[in-house]
Design a protein around this ligand. Sequence first.
Ligand SMILES: Cc1cc2nc3c(=O)[nH]c(=O)nc-3n(C[C@H](O)[C@H](O)[C@H](O)COP(=O)(O)OP(=O)(O)OC[C@H]3O[C@@H](n4cnc5c(N)ncnc54)[C@H](O)[C@@H]3O)c2cc1C
Length: 381
Amino acid sequence: MTAPIVIIGSGFAAYQLIKNIRRQDSTVAIQVFTADDGDEYNKPDLSHVFSKQQDADALILLSGADFAAQYQVELLANTPVERVDTQAQCLYANGDSYAYSKLVFATGASAFIPPVKGDCAAKIVTLNSLSEYRRSQLEIKQADRILIMGGGLIGVELAMDLQTSGKEVIVVEPNSRLLANVAPDFVSLKLEQPLRDGGMTLELNDYVTTIESFAAEQAFVVSTKAGKVFDVDCVISAAGLRPNTLLALQAGIEVKHGIVVDAQLKTSANNVYALGDCAEINGRVMAYLQPIILSANALAKQLLGQLSQLSFPPMMVKVKTPTYPIQVGGRFNTDSSWRVAFDKHGVTAEAFDDQNNMTGFVVTDENAKQAFSLLRKMSAR
Ligand SMILES: Cc1cc2nc3c(=O)[nH]c(=O)nc-3n(C[C@H](O)[C@H](O)[C@H](O)COP(=O)(O)OP(=O)(O)OC[C@H]3O[C@@H](n4cnc5c(N)ncnc54)[C@H](O)[C@@H]3O)c2cc1C
């Protein structure tokens, strides 16, 4: 009997891949190993659970068992894979070994927690998965004052949502501005003022050094490098992600920042592939949905024996900040030159490289509606 296609992980990448395979082939055997429950959910929804007053269960689209039945896969939930042997083409979990014909790493990424001192450092909360939210939802619900470490995309979305839900929010960000890796400074500055006006504390150019217990209360005293002290009820780290690569690394598979794959999503080992937040494609880890959708489509073909070559068109990311919508497209960096228009409908900014080619854009507020036409304009060049 031929060994199944084995997928490690049950996040968006794994489940998107399975849906693509099943669209074309209803019989090939698929086995899924996951460290969590295997429930299907939409991770970006975690950005607005507080304002919508949703608990973790409310985010489940399909239970793991229902997903497995609907897509005819064998799901081994709560079964972390401990080791992969790429020579013998098998993996080890639960004390058993399981053979694979093709193996896919869809192991995602883990929330990074910067090193912090103090007796409550271990109480920092992360929100990079449904299970992390489930573990901390009561603590967050009961908290009046919440400190978020990190003012990037996820930190800002969480901060705004928590503020909307009535919490007092403090964001501590080492950069001199919010969204430093996502948007140009003139957009960050436009975002920061209304947040401050709404009562949010933005502690920029600073980082948390110590989290200590607050005498006799279920609260924390958070100290920063710049000498600020905040009394809060909860601390959330939104300080970035680290691809989950250890399993691949231990199996001798090439890993740089993520698990290195080529344009066929192949790793350095025979019959082993990777996609999603754990994968590094063309030197980049792209931890968002659009590249995963394109990767899953290409990989499904590849696994079913068809030729496929992954290439990415210019892509967009929406910053889910409802009172100040921001849509970012393509690519830009500190060397980009900008053509910027501010009007009563928001910002429209186009980024150009040194050859005067348009490489990216940012649109805000009502001008966010122009995102698709700008994307077309850029793609047409
Ligand atoms: C709050 C938030 C908001 C976001 N908003 C957006 C957005 O608006 N737009 C957008 O494009 N992207 C957004 N993203 C990013 C997007 O959600 C992720 O890129 C995507 O969900 C990653 O999917 P994944 O399957 O690669 O990883 P994950 O969802 O992390 O799944 C990894 C899976 O691997 C399993 N696993 C790991 N190690 C093992 C092991 N050893 N054995 C077995 N199983 C293992 C885990 O249990 C899990 O099931 C957001 C992310 C967050 C946290």
